[in-house]
Design a protein around this ligand. Sequence first.
Ligand code: TEU
Ligand code: CA
Length: 545
Amino acid sequence: GTNTHWWQEAVVYQVYPRSFQDSNGDGIGDLAGIIQRLDYLKKLGISAIWLSPVYRSPNDDNGYDISDYEQIMTEFGTMADMDHLIQAAQQRDIKIIMDLVVNHTSDEHPWFIASRTSKENPYRDFYVWREGHDGNAPNDLESTFLGSAWQLDESSGEYYLHLFSQKQPDLNWENPDVRTAIYDMMNFWIDKGIGGFRMDVIDLVGKIPDEKITGNGPKLHDYLHEMNTKTFGDKDLLTVGETWGATPEIAKLYSDPKRNELSMVFQFEHVGLDEEPGKSKWDLRPLQITELKKVFSKWQTELGDQGWNSLFWNNHDLPRIVSRWGNDSTYRVQSAKMLAILLHMLKGTPYIYQGEEIGMTNRIIQDIAEVEDIESKNMYADRIEKGYPEEAILASINAKGRDNARTPMQWNDTVNAGFTTGTPWIDVNQNYHEINVEQALADKESIFYTYQKLIELRKTHPLIVWGSFELLEDTATDVFAYYRHYQGKSWLIVCNFSDQEQTFSLDKPAEKTIIANTENEYHNLLDRTLAPYEAFVIKLGGKTH
Ligand code: TEU
Ligand code: CA
């Protein structure tokens, strides 16, 4: 088409810098370490890196608490390293997508330090300050990390809002000076030649705390339109908003090209499918494949030309997908490949989280002392106080805790998986002897090569990028099968989403196998028995659509 964008054909790789590669033995991943690994990412074939925050930060929430947006976190390196990374990536045709965390700053940001000095300070109104109510917080808004979202500041006797930790005070987007300061900062980064922004909890910036409105506030889209106009609007950048509560209707407000806001959003509807409705992420129930089919089909079909999907199983907040919805023992390799094939054949921009491409798994802890993540720590304290059995709490953390995704990248089977020569800031998953990049590269049948091939296929087959989606309704419950149709051709994707054999039958001629996680022939699709987690993609013969 005429109005296409590079990011519609791209696959993005998320790097969590703290856990990717340490270059100087201090146990903390850094920018120089990422540069060392660019050739690996080039080999995988990705077009862009989403870098989790690398800005100056006291690390209350691992960089999602920023104290200076125009300086690099001391442990990660210098601005010269950052410029070098952008340039070294560019030489390999890889763009750098910066994490934009502007719902809140650190309480150690100079704006907040000034803001809390007095009610009259010019920066006071950069944040959300309110008087208490009869000696209590202004209202009962809660922080995502538990407890009140209001923190009393003794010196002025007023409360400030923090939708995340107490060290993450919320910016006041109603103040035009705040918005201008943010747009200036974004332009500083755009001028460095970055490829775009991933926007942290961007759905919260239109909040009206007095009415207890947090997500999707009335001015949200005015702000984003303004941001677009004042910053990236005339450049072809990838902008992806993190929007936990988005429905397709809401997603179109962000990503309808006519509205000039963002390229796409991360929607999380599938992420919640194994959680008890109305409860928290820690309260689990089994995933129903039927529901997953429904949710994916809805998103694949409803955006039309008024939006663009992002596709992901994993990020730095979520457990490892092979442990969560695949099988991290007997069928680890098969299920990881099935999950990859299922996701990467969909329409949208796929995101791979570091280590997903080698099938890294959750790491199991025995004791709360092993936990680094503030969210898990706060939940533990809260539930201990409420009388939950410790065993149950640890089970929740093992299933859903954010540290599962944050253990160091497993590069080889030398000490600490080749991540660091020092003591890693968080323990390496002990399965690194079997699961590591070196092993994956040496094995032609590894998960890595399935990802590499899927990325290559997307570059060479417009059908994957632009084709329409059609679910096969008439299959076994645990078989997720769909078509992609484009210019008179059709592909069929069939995935056994279970650790049991399943049957599948289709009376249509197969022309050729595109990719599979077995050695099977797929000429005849009638009355087949699918092995656990079997997955294949075929081009259908004849004119099919
Ligand atoms: O996450 C948004 C968010 O709401 C998460 O805290 C989420 O609820 C939780 O992690 C689910 O497990 C973003 C970042 O991705 C996250 O790392 C930050 O902690 C958070 O914003 C605050 O900046
Ligand atoms: Ca380091």
